[in-house]
Design a protein around this ligand. Sequence first.
Ligand code: GNR
Ligand code: NI
Length: 167
Amino acid sequence: MEKLDIVLYPDEGLREICAPVEQMNDRISNLIDEMFLTMYDAPGIGLAAPQVAVQERLLVVDVSETNDEPIALINPEIIQAKGEIVWEEGCLSLPGIYAKVKRPSDILVRGLDRDGKPIELEASDLLAVCIQHEIDHLDGKLFIDHLSGLKRNRALQKYRKLAQQPE
Ligand code: GNR
Ligand code: NI
């Protein structure tokens, strides 16, 4: 099992609409394992396949403090959403920038789990935020796209400055 490289903005792979996973197989289960490894190592609380250069609809999350609540979702779909929450988001593909994003606070998600078995999952607060952030990645969308033009430009300016002086 190998740690994967994380794709950074402005890689155009982050802007593609990912294709559904056609069938569960060893390639997909290995990919899920490597995505968890990569996410925990980063460290992050979520990771979507396009962030590791795979243009397919799958994601992993773990919002626990103790890294013991791994959730993998294949072909996820939000089937209900309600409420509202503002969370300061960050993204492993835009390291160093953070901004408040407003999203539904409670969602019902349908998809397949790591074994390819259909699941429905109720999520709220940070878990709901994180799953929505990851599903956005599968549709080529980044958290900065939720910001007003002015705030997005400020964030991107800061990101370009940070990128010029790594570490
Ligand atoms: O590690 C991450 N933290 C985070 C914080 C608030 C809202 C969303 C996230 S997801 C992010 C990892 C990531 O980039 N996933 O795509
Ligand atoms: Ni992200």
